[in-house]
Design a protein around this ligand. Structure first.
Ligand SMILES: [Zn+2]
Length: 128
């Protein structure tokens, strides 16, 4: 016996509860003040000049793109839980434990951001 596919929602608009990528959400702002130099590889271990095939290309090639993705994963993964914890308790003004936990999360994210930037600066100096 074959069942007929349920097509009731075939033409429904797909809901995407996730926000778009930062590069899309802040496209205009990044165009005005890009945090990278156009035509200079954004991988601090590389930093070589290249001719971008697309206006949004920030890495010189696939290996630097892969290194950039790995870098975002590494540091992003460190910050994901504390960012969520910070947001969970952001507006709590009653529970001192939650407020302290929220401050610890905020402090940790700031420390990781600073460590990430320091790591990039060291790698950039080593590559030069
Ligand atoms: Zn590169």
């Amino acid at each position: 016996m074959t069942r007929q596919a349920d097509t009731r929602f075939a033409n429904a608009v797909v809901v995407h509860p996730e926000p778009e990528r930062f590069q899309d959400a802040a496209f205009a702002e990044l165009q005005i003040a890009p945090p990278w130099s156009i035509g200079i590889c954004f991988n601090p271990s590389c930093g070589k000049p290249f001719n971008p095939a697309r206006s949004w290309q920030i890495y010189c090639g696939t290996s630097c793109q892969a290194a950039g993705t790995a870098e975002m994963r590494k540091w992003g993964h460190k910050m994901a839980l504390p960012m969520l914890v910070h947001r969970l308790g952001k507006y709590d003004r009653q529970d001192e434990g939650v407020m302290e936990r929220t401050r610890a999360a905020r402090r940790y994210v700031t420390q990781v951001q600073s460590a990430w930037l320091a790591d990039r600066n060291i790698r950039q100096r080593e590559a030069a």
